[in-house]
Design a protein around this ligand. Structure first.
Ligand code: SF4
Ligand code: SF4
Ligand code: SF4
Length: 292
């Protein structure tokens, strides 16, 4: 079976332990209004354009039967094949587990020396749990650590498929209040909380993360911490500062989705870390750690 991958980032140091390869899977069943990875929303391959790189050579319009009309585009990729500057490219390629495993394996020495490995991200990687399971199994066979970043809004059997080959999960817990969760992410948090609690009893490391969006969820952090503080295998809780990078990606993909939010101030992040530390010993937050 094939999976659809939209990016593979090597030498990542923010997606778990050590130096890692992060594999971004296409497709997501949430609709967070601040989505920072909109390339991951659709399960399908999409055309991505970078107008700044265009030199108006006209090659794309010669090969496209649909006049390069973004509203009619079927993401066939013919224009990307002939574009000399990379102003057009396809976002999302089909891969077999074997092919992806070979790419992951290329950095085996870095993983061994740093305690790193591979992290599957997205989108929601567990929408392609069979593919992840097949790939992760190969990684485990040669001792590569496997991590999964998930929004956890999938039924438990999807977790069960990957659990035997997974060393840690990084689970998002965005809002405690279910009405607010529905308002900002389009889905209820009931299944998410249930899954996080179940993962808290599995024989894996668990990392819970909250992206902090100004004016949206600062008031939620205390209740989130109270909910996860006693989970048996919680390794750490991480606060992620919202940034606006996702907005330009939407333009490149010709997508209309979500809205612009404010980035939380450093002062606000500092006070949220303090609140979180009242409940959880190991709290991480990049901008604050850099200050210390
Ligand atoms: S991807 Fe295909 S349909 Fe879309 S603009 Fe390019 S050539 Fe036309
Ligand atoms: S082929 Fe590329 S560089 Fe040429 S007109 Fe099309 S987008 Fe621009
Ligand atoms: S879970 Fe992640 S990829 Fe999915 S909509 Fe939310 S931010 Fe975007």
């Amino acid at each position: 079976m094939n999976g659809i991958v939209f990016d593979i980032q090597r030498f990542s140091t923010h997606d778990g332990y050590g130096i890692r390869t992060t594999v971004f899977m296409k497709g997501c069943n949430n609709a967070c209004l601040w989505c920072h990875n909109p390339e991951g929303l659709s399960l399908k391959t999409q055309l991505r354009t970078y107008p700044m790189k265009c030199i108006s050579c006209g090659r794309c319009t010669k090969v496209c039967k649909l006049d390069c009309d973004p509203l009619k585009c079927i993401s066939c990729g013919k224009c990307a094949d002939v574009c000399p500057t990379g102003a057009r490219e396809l976002c999302g390629v089909e891969m077999t587990p074997e092919k992806l495993f070979e790419e992951i394996k290329a950095d085996l020495d870095f993983y061994k020396n740093s305690g790193g490995g591979v992290t599957f991200s997205g989108g929601e990687p567990l929408l392609q749990s069979d593919f992840i399971s097949e790939t992760a199994k190969r990684c485990k066979e040669i001792g590569i650590s496997v991590g999964i970043q998930t929004a956890a809004n999938v039924k438990w059997p999807e977790f069960e498929k990957v659990l035997p080959y997974t060393d840690f999960f990084m689970c998002d817990f965005k809002l405690f209040d279910d009405d607010l969760h529905k308002k900002y992410t389009g889905v209820s948090n009931k299944l998410i909380i249930e899954n996080i609690k179940k993962l808290g009893n599995e024989n894996i490391k668990l990392i819970v993360r909250t992206p902090v969006i100004a004016g949206v969820n600062e008031s939620q952090i205390e209740n989130i911490c109270k909910t996860v503080k006693d989970l048996k295998n919680l390794d750490y809780y991480e606060l992620l500062r919202y940034h606006k990078f996702g907005l330009s990606k939407l333009e490149n993909l010709n997508m209309k989705f979500g809205k612009e939010f404010e980035e939380p101030s450093l002062e606000s992040m500092r006070s949220l870390v303090k609140i979180a530390k009242q409940y959880i010993k190991n709290v991480k937050c990049d901008p604050i750690e850099e200050e210390e």
